[in-house]
Design a protein around this ligand. Structure first.
Ligand SMILES: [Zn+2]
Length: 285
């Protein structure tokens, strides 16, 4: 998987899910163009720029680009993709240094920019040869760091990443196993002893250092020492704890944080202040 921005050659704007600061998606949510904002709504994960592939939203990779088949031009929206959706499979056709994006199962239906302004609609239309059917595929992250979702199942993303909320909140059932998002080493654990001030707000928590970053898992159900220890090397997917509601938390959820960087202080809660915060969804494929 790699993550891309999909930029209209005619409009020089990014394929964007309609809305602002979206943290969840619904069926048939519209797709438009918008100036590059670096937001998650403009990031798409794709297994290869080949044929019969899905273009999945980084807001929720269960959703992909889709055709709403009605009228002359079929609207482009997002819809859940489980793996065999006729209306979601696309084929990338190289055109110079750009690509045409065609619906695999319908001949001559190309992704088309309907205008050049912010909010211009995007639809699937017959080939015209015009620039508004050409797209520049800009790699955002090759996800070499390749974070996986730390939960195999959850109810919803109850709060997304923002400058005032430096992580993703996954609402999930108590005791849901929490998995290491990437291989690494446990460099800090906190056994919560009550309260919600300062570091106690994280509750029972674990920090794991990776080759190019650190992941942080908060509000666990019990002492993480039931599962891991400081210094332990973990593989991607190893269980490191279970979902709880310890610390500053009002319901069962995992707060999952991600920092980019290569050096974090070993066995110190202050590693939290090192490196650079990033939206983990941008590094998940
Ligand atoms: Zn949170």
């Amino acid at each position: 998987m790699a993550i891309y921005k999909i930029v209209s050659v005619s409009a020089n704007k990014c394929l964007n899910i309609y809305g602002s600061n979206i943290t969840s998606l619904s069926n048939n949510q519209n797709v438009t163009l918008w100036s590059d904002s670096g937001s998650t709504e403009q990031k798409w994960s794709i297994s290869s720029l080949g044929s019969g592939v899905y273009v999945r939203s980084q807001v929720n990779t269960n959703f992909g680009l889709n055709a709403y088949r009605s009228g002359t031009n079929w609207n482009c929206d997002v819809y859940p993709v489980s793996g065999n959706e006729t209306d979601a499979a696309v084929t990338f056709e190289k055109s110079g240094s750009y690509y045409k994006i065609r619906l695999t199962n319908y001949s001559g239906r190309y992704l088309t920019a309907g205008g050049t302004g912010d909010g211009a609609n995007v639809y699937w239309a017959a080939a015209t040869g015009a620039n508004n059917q050409l797209w520049n595929m800009v790699t955002v992250s090759t996800s070499a760091s390749g974070l996986r979702c730390p939960l195999d199942s959850y109810n919803s993303i109850s709060q997304g990443y923002s400058s005032s909320h430096l992580g993703i909140d996954y609402a999930a059932a108590q005791y849901t196993p929490i998995k290491a998002a990437q291989a690494g080493k446990v460099i800090y654990m906190q056994n919560w002893t009550g309260g919600t001030s300062n570091w106690a707000s994280m509750g029972h928590c674990v920090y794991i250092q990776h080759s190019d970053g650190m992941t942080i898992y908060m509000h666990m159900n019990e002492y993480p020492s039931s599962y891991v220890y400081v210094g332990k090397t973990v593989s991607k997917g190893d269980t490191i704890g279970r979902v709880g509601t310890s610390g500053n938390s009002t319901g069962y959820h995992l707060h999952f944080g991600y920092k980019r960087g290569t050096s974090f202080t070993y066995n110190s809660v202050n590693a939290y202040n090192e490196g650079t915060w990033a939206n983990p969804l941008n590094y998940m494929a």
